[in-house]
Design a protein around this ligand. Structure first.
Ligand code: COA
Length: 258
């Protein structure tokens, strides 16, 4: 892979978008490589948490590559959106937890990539925004859908219609960023959270992720029915016996399933 680097430090792995010269702008190849990297990480039982970040000091990713899009036809634009969705749905639905380590500009497709992650930790220099309508298009990698679900329809519409970027503190205030940390502590904080998550029963975490994801798309009764089914499934696992026995024996559990 040319523009995406994987660094496995089990139980975490870091996927870095590596095009710092153009602020990690996302062209078709980058989206393909992100998907390829995520598929590789999803198959790895040692990896429990995937941290996504951008190379360099300035950007997580400053959006889809405008120098590519400017020449593209309607058909090509739709194909680009498909590639974007493929990467973002992988992030959202993969069995591992995904954390966006937002180390600067997260604009357009970069913001959408962060929105598709389970958790966003922002460095103090992070800037989130969806500038697409200022370029004559719209956020086409799930931005019109996921932003509204995370921060509410009113704030999502304001960000999308005005294109005004928001800083890390504002992102935290509206629930777009889970935490804001000093730039130099960003990866340390992400790894620390990854460790905490990885110390839990991984299969249970994975099922909980899928249940919470479902809440964004289905009615309460269907969501709770699915939750009930997943709970039944987890009651039948060795990890459930281990987790509860360890609690009663006042020792640390040793989880195995994933
Ligand atoms: N696509 C292609 N190239 C991009 C890019 C993008 N989305 N974002 C930045 N770049 C390139 C710039 O063209 C520039 O290339 P150059 O050095 O060859 O001229 C380089 O990255 C550095 O960007 P620059 O604009 O000089 O940095 P800056 O600090 O002045 O501004 C931004 C940073 C993020 C505010 C600005 O680059 C920007 O607005 N980028 C576009 C954001 C956007 O609209 N994204 C959504 C696309 S749908």
């Amino acid at each position: 892979m040319q523009f995406v680097k994987l660094d496995i430090q089990a139980p975490a792995a870091v996927l870095t978008i590596d095009r710092p010269d153009c602020l990690n702008a996302l062209n078709s190849q980058v989206f393909r490589e992100i998907a390829q990297g995520l598929e590789e990480l999803e198959a790895n039982d040692e990896v429990k948490v995937v941290i996504v970040t951008g190379a360099g000091e300035k950007a997580f990713a400053a959006g889809a590559d405008i120098s590519q899009m400017v020449h593209q036809s309607g058909k090509e634009g739709r194909e680009l959106a498909q590639l974007t969705h493929r990467a973002n749905f992988l992030l959202e639905n993969m069995r591992q937890v995904t954390i966006a380590a937002v180390n600067g500009f997260a604009l357009g497709g970069g913001c959408e990539l962060a929105l598709a992650c389970d958790i966003r930790i922002a460095a103090e220099n992070a800037r989130f925004g969806l500038p697409e309508v200022g370029l004559g298009i719209l956020p086409g990698g799930g931005g019109t859908q996921r932003l509204a679900r995370i921060v509410g329809v009113g704030r999502a519409k304001e960000m999308i219609f005005t294109c005004d970027p928001i800083d890390a503190q504002e992102a935290y205030r509206i629930g777009l960023a889970n935490h804001v940390v000093p730039r130099e502590k960003l990866m340390e904080e992400c790894f620390a959270m990854a460790e905490r998550i990885a110390s839990k029963a991984s299969f249970a975490v994975s099922m909980a992720k899928s249940a919470v994801n479902l809440s964004m798309g289905v009615d309460m009764t269907s969501g709770c029915t699915r939750e009930m089914d997943l709970l039944g499934l987890l009651f039948a696992t060795e990890d459930k016996t281990e987790g509860m026995t360890a609690f009663l024996e006042r020792r640390k559990p040793e989880f195995k399933e994933f």
